[in-house]
Ligand binder design. Structure first.
Ligand code: GNR
Ligand code: NI
Length: 164
């Protein structure tokens, strides 16, 4: 296994729209393991392939405290349910920034696992928030896009100043 480099906002590669995975082979399984390991090492509760500059529809999520409940979701589709609910979000690609974002409080997820088998489940709470956040990454979207232009510009300038 190996750790992957995480891109930081405003890197334009974070805006790439991911393509569906068509081939479920050993290379995909290997990448999924690396994505999960990179997420745990960060540490984060989710990571999208887009963030490590791989533009395929793959996300890893684990919101458990013991980091023992991983979900690896390939080609996910979401159905949103329930009310909108604002929770504080952060992002490994936008380090040090935390802002409330309004999301659906419940979702139904359909996806493939790394073996190509169909999985489908309902999620709520932090898991639902995290999967919506990761799904956005696959569309080239970041949580800062939900903030005002003024806030987003401040964040962009702050992160540009930090990097050398
Ligand atoms: O580690 C993460 N924490 C988090 C907290 C609230 C809402 C979303 C997230 S996802 C984030 C990791 C990340 O950037 N995934 O794309
Ligand atoms: Ni993120």
């Amino acid at each position: 296994m190996s750790l992957l480099e995480i891109l930081h906002y405003p890197d334009p590669r974070l805006r790439t729209v991911a393509a569906p995975v068509k081939i479920f082979d050993q290379a995909l399984k290997q990448f999924c393991d690396n994505l999960l390991e990179t997420m745990y090492a960060a540490p984060g509760i989710g990571l999208a392939a887009t963030q490590v500059n791989v533009h395929q529809q793959i996300i890893s999520v684990d919101v458990s405290e013991k980091q023992d409940s991983p979900h690896l979701l390939v080609n996910p589709t979401l159905t949103l349910h329930g009310a909108q609910y604002a929770g504080e979000e952060g992002c490994l690609s936008v380090p040090g920034i935390y802002e409330p974002v309004s999301r659906a409080e419940r979702i139904t997820v359909s996806a493939a696992n790394p073996l190509g088998e169909t999985v489908s489940f309902e999620a709520e709470g932090l898991l639902a928030i995290c999967i919506q956040h990761e799904y956005d990454h696959l569309q080239g979207k970041l949580f800062v896009d939900y903030l005002s232009g003024l806030k987003r510009n401040r964040i962009r300038k702050k992160l540009q100043k930090q990097k050398k």
